[in-house]
Design a protein around this ligand. Sequence first.
Ligand code: ZN
Length: 74
Amino acid sequence: MERFADNLDLAQYQTDLLTMSAIAAIRQQLNADAGRKDCQDCGVPIPQARLLRVPGARRCMLCQERHERGLNPH
Ligand SMILES: [Zn+2]
């Protein structure tokens, strides 16, 4: 009975891992579908309006501004 419980825990653990990676994959797919991109400096999603205006934008407006002023080492 004890062994059965161990196997159950392992199965649950593996299911959790699967669920987590599945959710991550789905979230990435959603982001790709929406054309969403995250700022490479702060990781905040770049607003859609900015991406439309600046298709190759890799930073949010705040980080871009900082970058252009040369205050950001990145
Ligand atoms: Zn940013």
